[in-house]
Design a protein around this ligand. Structure first.
Ligand code: PLP
Length: 379
């Protein structure tokens, strides 16, 4: 169905940039870690589709994960159609129409508020029903991503109110981390949650601990993490779920670009055929620098910038071993999570193709975009 490319010729000589390159072997590296957490702790993992929904690799992912979780009706439907496994449906706010349609797609519906739980419970009482709790503790370096920030609308804070609706739910969800690499901090927060909800948890069948934990990272103490989850699960006799997004796809994907021009304004600036605003939006939202492969080890310093008209469209400033020239490829690492799902047509930039390097090494172009997609996106 999709074109496959011969492996003999270097891939970068055939493919037109920009493209995302998803490497299934690197993906499996993370998936195997998630599987071992399940084996050691019993905790099931469902992929957070809002981070990554490139369904061409879901056949591989479904072998290691228990299903998907979603932030909207469309994500839940995608999980139902393309991923073998459980479909958890969560949304900050469902509409009545969402609920009607979701009934056909979901195993679990997790409400964000007591008002939504009460409004829709009767229509979905044959499913597992959960409620999101805001434990009022969190780990996040960014205020914009802190689910327990002041005035947060993400989950219920009122402890007594939760107890009053206990008969309507059989599970709860806590999502309280963002890019947390610190196991000790996580462990301490889980202890706090255990104490705060010590009466609630034993009355439930399942608890989801959300995402935002970097447990597939190289130096993360995976076994300690699994033991912690197991102890929590055993103490309350409860099924634990995790909702990893970034941890599933971290370091699995590159964004490959080409230098189109080099200009000079006090410093050397290489302009590539991509943009942070359109293809790596998180860098803009979090004011973060990209990671560029093969950089930061030479004497030639360049600002790598995107080709939109946004003045701050900058991947970062890096050192290279040799001078850059027009036509050189610049590969941005770790471009799997929160990238493809946030692509947009700003400035009419061509969206990167999506290429999958399958387990057997064969490259498959699973998606290309052209002018028609741009035109049809609006009318
Ligand atoms: C964003 C989100 C996740 C996934 O977070 P990652 O940081 O990508 O692991 C999981 N659960 C909920 C409720 C979320 O909002």
């Amino acid at each position: 169905m999709h074109p496959t490319l011969p492996t003999l010729q270097p891939i970068n000589m055939i493919l037109k940039t920009p493209y995302y390159l998803i490497d299934e072997n690197r993906l499996r590296h993370n998936l195997l870690k998630i599987q071992s957490v399940k084996e050691l702790s019993g905790a099931k993992s469902v992929l957070a589709l809002k981070c990554f929904s490139t369904w061409s690799v879901f056949d591989l992912m479904s072998q290691y994960l228990d299903g998907t979780t979603s932030s909207s009706l469309y994500e839940a439907r995608l999980g139902h159609e393309t991923f073998h496994g459980e479909v958890h449906a969560y949304s900050v706010a469902f509409s009545a129409e969402d609920i009607q349609e979701l009934k056909a797609y979901s195993n679990k519906i997790i409400f964000n508020s007591i008002s939504q739980l009460k409004a829709f419970h009767d229509q979905v009482s044959h499913l597992d029903i959960g409620l999101r709790i805001n434990p009022q503790i969190s780990f996040s370096d960014y205020d914009i991503a802190d689910p327990a920030r002041r005035y947060s609308r993400l989950g219920v804070t009122d402890y007594n109110a939760i107890h009053q609706v206990l008969h309507l739910i059989n599970g709860v969800m806590f999502h309280f981390n963002c890019e947390n690499e610190d196991f000790e901090a996580y462990s301490a927060m889980l202890d706090t949650i255990s104490e705060t909800y010590v009466e609630l948890l034993p009355q439930l069948e399942w608890v989801s601990l959300g995402g935002g934990v970097a447990f597939t990272s190289e130096n993360y103490p995976l076994e300690k993490f699994a033991q912690k989850l197991k102890a929590f699960s055993q103490r309350f006799e409860i099924q634990v779920y995790l909702e990893p997004g970034d941890a599933v796809v971290t370091k699995s994907t590159d964004l490959v670009t080409t230098v189109l021009d080099i200009v000079h304004n006090e410093i050397d600036i290489a302009i590539v055929d991509s943009s942070i605003g359109t293809h790596m939006l998180d860098l803009l939202e979090y004011r973060a620098e990209a990671t560029i492969k093969g950089s930061n080890q030479g004497e030639y310093r360049y600002m790598i910038a995107g080709k939109t008209c946004l003045a701050g469209d900058i991947f970062g400033t890096f050192h290279f071993k040799s001078k850059l020239k027009v036509g050189d490829q610049i590969t941005i690492a770790d471009a799997g999570g929160y990238t493809m799902v946030k692509m947009n047509w700003f400035n009419g930039l061509k969206m990167p193709s999506i290429v999958v390097k399958r387990l057997d090494g064969i490259h498959e172009i699973v998606k290309t975009f052209d002018y028609t997609d741009f035109k049809n996106n609006l009318s």
